[in-house]
Write a protein that binds this ligand. Structure first.
Ligand SMILES: Cc1cc2nc3c(=O)[nH]c(=O)nc-3n(C[C@H](O)[C@H](O)[C@H](O)COP(=O)(O)OP(=O)(O)OC[C@H]3O[C@@H](n4cnc5c(N)ncnc54)[C@H](O)[C@@H]3O)c2cc1C
Length: 426
């Protein structure tokens, strides 16, 4: 009997546990290690500050469902992965041995790279549900005394969709409350142009998002390097196409949310062996999701190393979103099953990007297949239906986690979604 350990229980780790167990059945042990007792549906965090969702709405207790599925659940943080001894060291000093390890630890939020960034500094965050809960308190205070808003993503960030989403959700909320006229809004991003999204743009995302911003009277600064943040003030250097300093901006704000750059989490990035992670602490994997040096280690989700899609004046990372994470999960489950059967892994993940960016009342959707251009499918669309589709995705995913459903769903849902859009367009 082999022991398959999954480290991390988020958007990648939980479906990984269900699909792995479904694939190997009772013959092999599946163990999940998580630093949190609950699963968190991260994509809905931007809805928390405006109270469209409460933090509790986005959490699911994992122990009961894992038990029902025959998966051991260890609710402790990992201190360090130890690939030379095939074990994960936990913070309480104990260790969990493995035959196969799947690292699904998501990102470390690198707020420390810019003075004043993040919830311990002066800007809010929606990257974690607990941060979003703090952002909600900040938003409530803002409502008593509104003023300028600065939203965006800093240099080195690899997740841009949620910055646009949060910006538009707030804008919609301000209009609903009839105080939009009191709030100048600025979007600040390291992207070379609006709608780049770390993907070199997808279809018409540049014109669609620029147009949405113009319609909503939102100013923007692209190629923006955030130098530091002080109480109520952001210091930004705009660079030219060569990455040279072009203009300095001082942006006052009463509320700000800036997506940080990511690195690998400490338990993975501080491993003192060569070949597991890149200099930013992201796990190095081949096309089978397997590490080349430690072949019994696989990795999925935001914690894997993916190069940027193209060179940009400031560092702009490639996003890792739910659709591609799902394909990493399925690939890993099948490859480990093959290895257990004495075969070489043969499955490859399809790294496609789907994003539904909610605007609070409408939204923008885009699909890039594959993620890195040139692509077979480049599709973007907008409308009120995106908001509805986003709610449907949330419901579907939460149900999957709550019920322990192992079946992947993005592929099916996307085909359905594109079918609906095509029919509507006729
Ligand atoms: C605000 C936001 C909105 C997003 N919206 C979308 C969207 O709409 N659609 C989309 O497709 N993608 C979206 N994404 C991108 C992506 O889908 C999410 O980031 C997703 O959560 C990534 O899944 P993951 O499993 O890699 O990481 P996570 O979901 O972050 O899971 C990692 C897990 O590992 C645990 N962990 C970390 N360190 C340890 C340790 N040392 N020991 C034990 N456990 C540990 C964490 O607690 C966490 O539970 C969004 C991302 C963000 C930040």
């Amino acid at each position: 009997m082999a022991r398959i350990v999954i480290l991390g229980a988020g958007i990648g780790g939980v479906p990984m546990a269900y699909e792995m167990k479904e694939t190997v059945g009772k013959h092999h042990e599946v163990i999940v290690i998580s630093d949190s007792p609950t699963f968190h549906f991260v994509p809905s965090n931007p809805w928390v500050p405006t109270s469209y969702r409460k933090p509790e709405d986005l959490k699911i207790e994992l122990a009961p469902v894992m038990k029902k599925k025959g998966i051991e659940f260890i609710q402790k943080a990992a201190a360090k992965v130890d690939p030379l001894n095939n074990q994960v060291q936990l913070v309480d000093g104990s260790a969990v041995a493995y035959d196969f390890l799947i690292i699904a630890t998501g990102p470390r939020l690198a707020f420390d790279e810019i003075p004043g960034l993040g919830p311990d500094g002066y800007t809010s965050s929606v990257c974690h549900v607990d941060h979003a809960a703090i952002a909600a308190q900040d938003w409530d205070k803002f409502m008593e005394n509104p003023g300028p808003i600065v939203i965006g993503a800093v240099q080195g960030a690899s997740c841009y969709g949620p910055a646009y989403e949060y910006l538009m959700i707030l804008e919609t909320e301000l209009r609903k409350r009839k105080i939009r006229d009191k709030v100048p809004m600025t979007f600040v991003t390291a992207e070379p142009y609006i709608g780049h999204l770390g993907l070199g743009g997808v279809g018409d995302t540049k014109s669609m998002l620029e147009s949405a911003m113009r319609h909503r009277h939102i100013k923007w600064i692209t190629n923006a390097k955030v130098d530091k943040i002080e109480s109520g003030m952001m210091f930004v250097t705009e660079v030219d196409d060569e990455g040279k300093d072009k203009k300095k901006h001082e942006l006052p704000f009463k509320h700000s949310m800036m997506l940080p750059a990511f690195t690998g989490v400490d338990a993975v990035r501080h491993v003192d062996v060569e070949g597991l992670v890149n200099p930013r602490g992201f796990v190095l994997v081949d096309e089978h999701q397997r590490n080349l040096t430690f072949k019994n280690i696989y990795s999925i989700g935001v914690c894997i190393a993916i190069p940027p899609v193209e060179k940009t004046p400031l560092p702009v990372g490639a996003p890792k979103t739910g659709y591609m994470i799902e394909s990493m999960v399925t690939t890993t489950a099948h490859n480990i099953a093959e290895e257990l059967a004495g075969k070489a892994p043969s499955h490859h993940a399809t790294w496609n990007a789907l994003c539904l960016a909610d605007f609070g009342d409408s939204g923008v959707a885009f699909l890039a297949m594959p993620q890195i251009p040139p692509r077979n499918v480049t599709w973007s669309a907008q409308g009120k239906w995106v908001h509805t589709a986003k709610i449907a995705f949330e419901k579907y995913f939460m149900r999957k986690v709550r019920k322990g459903i192992s079946e992947p769903y993005y592929e099916k849902a996307i085909l359905k979604l594109m079918g609906v859009v095509r029919i509507k367009g006729k």
